[in-house]
Design a protein around this ligand. Structure first.
Ligand code: COA
Ligand code: MG
Length: 291
């Protein structure tokens, strides 16, 4: 797990100036400026220019800025990648990553230099999920996997169910691969953007599985993801109490503490410290004006 908060990761079409403008004041931890599926073919060159201009103009505060480019084997992909690098995106999100070669190809096309964007990978094809471990290990430039649940469901022939049972093996496989290599992992979108209760249930499921946050498609979805993926007041209280109990046990020379009828061992103390650090990172982010 990484400390940087990525509770809410909002997609927006790169062809919509109003969305690019509005995002400067929305409480999103990260923004995905999309040049791929949300942009019609005829609009792609103009969207690329608009996204580059928005990045250069700035004003996004601490929000992480990610450009989703078209696949490198399309007529737009290489120019998208060059534009995202030149305009100073924090990361480039590669669509439909099927294997480590897709990352190597992108890296080879990126200009040299320490301030090159990091890479994020869309995990949204059956082949990509089957190759998740190799993708996660492909390059130190990769820092995040983003699950593309709509494409995955389509390719699997899966039905849309509230419990997402048909997708769980793929979600878990990507999480395992990401965590094995210290990457962040963001859950897929919830399409019904006027259904807050359905979104909340899916956020809770994703959070409980271990995802860092959720990709979102509409500003109305931000508050719920920010709340669900942040540690709750009760969790923070419990973490502090566990650490007090752990420190007291340590002072007595004991390797196990007991709090609330449960054991507290070194790993629980570490998890409690991580939770507190995550809450502090979220607090700092919100103080910096993005939440
Ligand atoms: N990012 C930033 N701003 C957004 C936004 C987004 N994803 N979606 C909507 N908004 C803005 C609108 O511009 C509007 O702003 P304004 O009222 O201040 O002018 C406000 O939020 C309310 O929008 P609303 O009228 O409710 O929605 P809409 O009908 O304009 O758009 C969608 C609905 C679904 C078309 C739009 O949310 C969208 O394009 N989402 C992203 C889709 C996407 O990127 N898909 C690819 C990945 S799955
Ligand atoms: Mg997709």
């Amino acid at each position: 797990m990484q400390d940087r908060p990525r509770r809410s990761v909002l997609y927006m079409p790169g062809s919509r100036p109003r969305a690019l403008e509005k995002a400067r004041s929305l409480p999103a931890d990260a923004l995905i400026l999309d040049l791929e599926d949300a942009v019609a073919p005829a609009e792609k060159p103009a969207a690329r220019e608009m996204v580059a201009a928005a990045l250069r103009a700035g004003g996004y505060g601490p929000r992480e800025l990610v450009v989703r480019i078209n696949a490198l084997d399309t007529e737009w992909g290489p120019a998208d990648l060059a534009a995202a690098c030149a305009a100073g995106a924090d990361a480039v999100l590669l669509p439909k990553v099927n294997g480590p070669d897709d990352l190597a190809r992108a890296e080879a096309l990126m200009p040299a230099g320490a301030d090159r964007p990091r890479l994020w990978a869309m995990m949204e094809t059956p082949l990509g999920v089957l190759n998740a471990a190799a993708i996660a290990a492909a390059t130190p430039r990769l820092e995040c996997m983003v699950i593309g649940t709509n494409d995955l469901a389509k390719d699997l022939g899966a039905r849309n169910r509230p419990d997402r049972m048909p997708l769980l093996p793929a979600l878990a496989t990507c999480l395992l691969a990401a965590r094995a290599h210290g990457l962040a992992c963001i859950d897929g979108v919830y399409n019904a953007f006027r259904d807050p209760e359905g979104l909340r249930a899916e956020c809770v499921q994703g959070r409980d599985m271990g995802f860092d946050g959720k990709t979102l498609i509409h500003p109305d979805q931000l508050a719920i993801a920010n709340e669900v993926f942040a540690p709750s007041a009760e969790e923070l209280e419990e973490a502090r109490a566990q650490l007090v109990a752990w420190d007291a046990a340590q002072a007595r020379g004991e390797g196990v503490a007991v709090w609330g009828g449960r054991i507290v061992e070194r790993l629980h103390a570490e998890a409690a410290r991580q939770l507190l650090a995550r809450a502090e990172a979220i607090r700092a982010r919100e103080a910096a004006g993005a939440g």
